[in-house]
Write a protein that binds this ligand. Structure first.
Ligand code: IDP
Ligand code: MG
Length: 151
């Protein structure tokens, strides 16, 4: 069984709107395994570091302001193809294009308030997990349901 991991974050708007449980529940019900979780208030520097690849974009200052405007919930989820599947659960970046049934499709309207973050590749996931979590904060454990979720 693959042990691919991804970094998923509930952004400040998602926390303020009371969507923490809803978003966690969707990943749990899908069958992915939670291996790390923390709430924190990102500094401007942390927001810039997290989104460093987007620093040349015109919306970068607003994005950094948004991401550091309140507490976030950062998580690491593990499972088969979890990077790609996690992005599918989140929905398209712009909620105008996100399908109903996805988190952004169900709960967001504007691209600059799209509720959640998910790593876009295995390489990004590795970088983002190391950026937000110490190695000892990520827990390796065996789910009782593993044989019911994976053939
Ligand atoms: P992603 O979150 O789906 O991976 P990225 O392209 O990595 O999308 O952009 C990071 C975040 O920046 C988005 O989730 C969104 O909040 C914001 N963003 C992306 N494009 C725009 C834009 O055109 N205007 C305003 N904000 C944007
Ligand atoms: Mg991205």
């Amino acid at each position: 069984m693959s042990s691919e991991r991804t970094f998923i974050a509930i952004k400040p708007d998602g926390v303020q709107r009371g969507l923490v449980g809803e978003i966690i529940a969707r990943f749990e019900r899908k069958g992915f395994k939670l291996v790390a979780l923390k709430m924190l208030q990102p500094s401007k520097e942390q927001a810039e570091g997290h989104y460093t690849d987007l620093s040349s974009k015109p919306f970068f200052p607003a994005l950094v302001q948004y991401f550091s405007s309140g507490p976030i919930v950062g998580m690491v989820w593990e499972g088969k193809n979890v990077v790609k599947s996690g992005r599918t659960l989140l929905g398209a970046t712009n909620p105008a294009d996100s399908l109903p049934g996805t988190i952004r499709g169900d709960y967001a309207v504007d691209v600059g308030r799209n509720v959640c973050h998910g790593s876009d590749s295995v390489e990004s996931a590795t970088r983002e997990i190391a950026f937000w979590f110490k190695p000892e904060e990520v827990v390796s454990w065996t789910s009782h349901s593993a044989n019911q979720i994976y053939e």
